[in-house]
Write a protein that binds this ligand. Structure first.
Ligand code: ADP
Ligand code: MG
Length: 350
């Protein structure tokens, strides 16, 4: 019998961003109200005659891929699932107002477990001032899946895309980087020790900050408010979910510019630095590629520097260059490296 073999291309051959690009090629936008579709932290929808735009974003967390319930408390997981969506709304310079929550549960989960999860979700709703307005509930054959959609609002003139960075703009980042990744290393280490010897209690002492950064990240809603207060509209913005390197590449590619980052300017917390050395990891690599920081990476006009220079929560880490210069990291010793993204890729990571 003749059997026609159709071509098969593995997802891992193009990775997550390759796949999103591939999907987006067949998508056509037909509504005048769709201002921005695939390709930014959130989609932008305009209401004709309104002063404001609506932004919409969605993020899915899958057990065994994004979280491990052997060390992630359900309450924290619920909180984080909301925070990561609110963070994407912030990255558009918008304010989150509503979320919907969809869960798929296997019969391993009890009503009490679901209550724990929702206690975290509702705590985050309170913290970020968002209303839970709906969702979907279904069963799953393997563990827990949470998908949250967040809806936000912003004045039409205030929306910030990944594509607006211009030559000579300053590159800024909030908070510090690499801590969530180091928190994950600690949790994974204690899990391995526990597996080998269940009598050994986990030793998490002295790691509060980095564990909190991993287990209970916060969306930087107050930064968005502060920037408005200072009269600054970033030229481009993205939140740091996959790692600084991956995010600055998104800004540069979409803005058609290059960049120069300075290693000695990268904000790395002391504990992150110490633990990285203990794990024989380079703190700069953790900051560049660790991910899950949920800080905001943005570019500003150099004229706005005066307004921001005393804002302790923001660090200037480099500047935007012309496209031909490439995307570069100047190390402490003065050598120059091409920045490549080795951060989180859901389809490549084993
Ligand atoms: P973020 O890290 O900010 O959440 P992602 O990398 O997940 O952003 O997504 C980048 C862009 O691709 C977003 O605009 C998102 O809505 C879009 N996107 C991701 N997956 C899909 C998909 N399966 N179908 C259509 N659009 C997608
Ligand atoms: Mg994002």
């Amino acid at each position: 019998m003749f059997e026609e073999k159709s071509a098969r291309t593995e997802l891992s051959s193009i990775g997550e961003f390759g796949l999103i690009n591939h999907i987006s090629k067949s998508v056509k936008l037909t509504n005048a109200t769709t201002v921005k579709g695939i390709g930014d932290d959130a989609a932008v929808i305009s209401e004709s005659g309104n002063e404001t735009n609506t932004v919409v974003t969605t993020d899915m967390l899958v057990e065994g891929v994004h979280f491990d319930l052997s060390y992630v408390p359900l309450k924290h997981l619920g909180y984080k699932a909301v925070a990561v969506n609110v963070s994407d709304v912030c990255a558009m310079n918008a304010e989150a107002k509503q979320i919907t929550v969809s869960v798929a549960l296997s019969n391993r989960f009890s009503i009490e477990a679901v209550e724990e999860l929702y206690s975290g979700i509702l705590l985050a709703c309170e913290r970020y001032g968002v209303d839970l307005v709906g969702g979907d509930t279904t069963s799953s054959l393997s563990g827990l899946i949470i998908s949250i959609t967040a809806v936000g609002i912003t004045n039409k003139a205030d929306v910030v895309y990944r594509s607006g960075a211009r030559e000579k703009n300053l590159i800024c980042v909030t908070g510090d980087l690499g801590a969530a990744y180091m928190g994950l290393q600690i949790l994974e280490r204690e899990k391995t020790i526990f597996k080998d010897n269940p009598n050994v209690q986990p030793d998490l002492a002295g790691n509060d900050y980095i564990l909190e950064r991993q287990l209970k990240p916060e969306a930087r809603i107050e930064v968005i408010k502060k920037l408005k207060e200072f009269g600054i509209k970033p030229t481009a913005m993205i939140d740091v979910s996959d790692g600084l390197a991956s995010e600055i590449l998104h800004i540069c590619t979409q803005s058609n510019v290059g960049c120069e980052l300075y290693e000695d300017k990268l904000p790395i917390d002391l504990m992150t630095n110490e633990r990285a050395h203990e794990f024989k990891l380079d703190p700069t690599t953790c900051a560049l590629n660790g991910g899950e920081d949920y800080e905001l990476l943005f570019t500003i006009d150099i004229a706005d520097f005066e307004k921001i220079k005393n804002y302790a929560d923001v660090t200037v880490i480099g500047h935007i260059t012309e496209v031909g210069k490439g995307m570069l990291l100047v190390t402490r010793s003065g050598t120059v490296h091409e920045i490549t993204a080795q951060g989180w890729d859901a389809l490549l990571k084993k």
